[in-house]
Design a protein around this ligand. Structure first.
Ligand code: SF4
Ligand code: SF4
Length: 226
């Protein structure tokens, strides 16, 4: 479902504040997009691998969070988000949306909220302060890195004759043509890093940040081996 914007073309210096009243209405009937860093954060929250996390909690090969039959996020509990410290960027920003174009120019929009939303918008702070309040730094840095890689991947695919109308598109299964294991979906950080570490004879790192760095290196290599 596309959510209309009430304001757009906003910058970090623009006035924005929002106070959530925890009525828990906004975790329903949405599509929450996630990237491999966000999957790794959720997997870490449960102490499981990203492979299991993708299978249990996401759809479309780790592109979106899975919602239940009532169209409610699987992580919504009676008291609110059960993965709050590791919730995705989209959830941290709400009711803002962040956009970045292929020249890495960033802007924000303010979304129209649910009619039931009891949160209060105000003018006490700027967007930058709101981003800091929501602890978005690591999430935005990760989103920027994966987005840059995705553009690189698209560029390589276009050069190789990729077309969205082609039923044999390599991204249908979320796998990479040059990966050493055709079953690895590109969003699966743990599986990709494990395979990459075997290739380069390195130890699998334990921190998410270091794993992400290796994941990005692996994806770049497997996307464009030349
Ligand atoms: S991850 Fe948490 S905040 Fe985000 S939609 Fe699910 S329950 Fe809501
Ligand atoms: S609907 Fe609004 S007030 Fe309710 S939890 Fe979501 S953001 Fe907060």
């Amino acid at each position: 479902m596309l959510i209309p914007f009430v304001r757009s073309d906003l910058e970090r210096k623009d006035i924005f504040s929002f106070s959530c009243n925890r009525c828990l209405q906004c975790c329903r009937a949405k599509k929450i997009q996630v990237n491999p860093y966000e999957i790794a954060r959720i997997a870490g929250n449960f102490g499981i691998s990203t492979t299991d996390c993708i299978q249990k909690y996401t759809v479309e090969n780790g592109s979106f969070l899975k919602f239940d039959e009532t169209d409610t996020c699987l992580f919504l509990g009676r008291e609110g988000c059960t993965i709050h410290p590791d919730r995705p960027l989209v959830c941290r920003l709400y009711p803002l949306a962040r956009h970045v174009n292929d020249r890495e120019i960033e802007w924000f929009s303010e979304m129209e909220r649910e009619s039931e939303c009891r949160g209060l918008c105000g003018t006490a702070t700027t967007i930058q302060e709101y981003l800091d309040e929501q602890d978005t730094g690591d999430y935005i840095a990760a989103a920027n890195r994966y987005l840059k890689l995705l553009w690189e991947m698209m560029h390589v695919l276009e050069k190789s004759g990729y077309s969205e109308d082609n039923p044999d598109n390599p991204d249908e299964k979320g796998t990479l043509a040059n990966s050493p294991d055709e079953n690895i979906v590109w969003t699966d950080m743990d599986a990709a890093v494990k395979k990459y570490c075997m290739e380069i004879r390195s130890v699998v790192p334990s921190s998410i940040e270091e794993k992400m760095r290796m994941h990005l290196d692996a994806l770049l290599l497997w996307t464009n081996p030349s």
